[in-house]
Design a protein around this ligand. Structure first.
Ligand code: FMN
Length: 185
């Protein structure tokens, strides 16, 4: 059986200096041997309009094709107002439509979150998991990568400098790869 696992990662933040984009970049530096990670920027995905779901914008077509082409998904998201950012929900809504053509259905998925505060985006992670239920995705349960006080763990150049955080990301990737291979059987 082919043991290589391809992963598509995206962040729920468009901010250039996004801590969550930093988590994805750190992930790309510590991939398990047989895994690949492509990072997709959600910038440019317009607000969802159901009138267009059968002729979506090019960026959405690209997003859906990339999701379909990979074995697993990795999402790094901030928490906005105790939930996931509209940018992320909007992208998921596009990828889920039209009815019967959901690109995310059945995909293994792992989550990371970072925020400057005490809870590190934990509440957003649990909201996101609720969405995965309807999408019939296969979320990895553990480890939970919840990066609190992100400004102390990610330097001004966007490098994840905290060794424990790096170790957790490495563990998450290894678990996502093992989970994806297990689901193939
Ligand atoms: C609209 C908005 C709402 C926010 N709400 C929360 C929140 O509910 N909980 C939290 O921990 N941080 C909250 N924050 C702070 C973000 O988590 C913080 O800005 C984080 O760094 C954003 O992620 P990024 O660095 O990847 O852009 C909020 C930020 C914004 C802009």
């Amino acid at each position: 059986m082919n043991k290589s696992v391809s992963i598509l990662g995206f962040a729920g933040s468009l901010r250039k200096g996004s801590f969550n984009k930093s988590l994805l970049r750190a992930a790309s530096e510590m991939l398990p041997r047989d895994a690949t990670l492509e990072i997709f920027d959600l910038e440019g995905i317009p607000p969802f309009n159901q009138d267009l779901e059968r002729q979506p914008p090019e960026k959405v077509n690209d997003f859906k094709s990339k999701i379909r082409a990979v074995d697993a998904i990795l999402i790094a998201t901030p928490e906005y107002n105790y939930s996931i950012p509209g940018v992320l929900k909007n992208a998921i809504d596009w990828a889920s439509r039209p009815y019967g053509d959901c690109a995310l259905e059945g995909k293994p998925v792992a989550i990371m979150s970072a925020s400057g505060g005490l809870l590190g985006g934990a509440r957003a992670q649990y909201h996101l998991r609720q969405t995965f239920v309807f999408l019939n995705m296969c979320p990895l349960n553990k480890p939970e990568v919840i990066v609190t006080f992100a400004n102390e763990k990610i330097d001004p150049n966007g490098n994840v400098t905290d060794q424990k955080t790096r170790e957790k990301i490495r563990e998450l990737l290894e678990s996502l790869v093992a989970w994806t291979v297990k689901l193939r059987r």
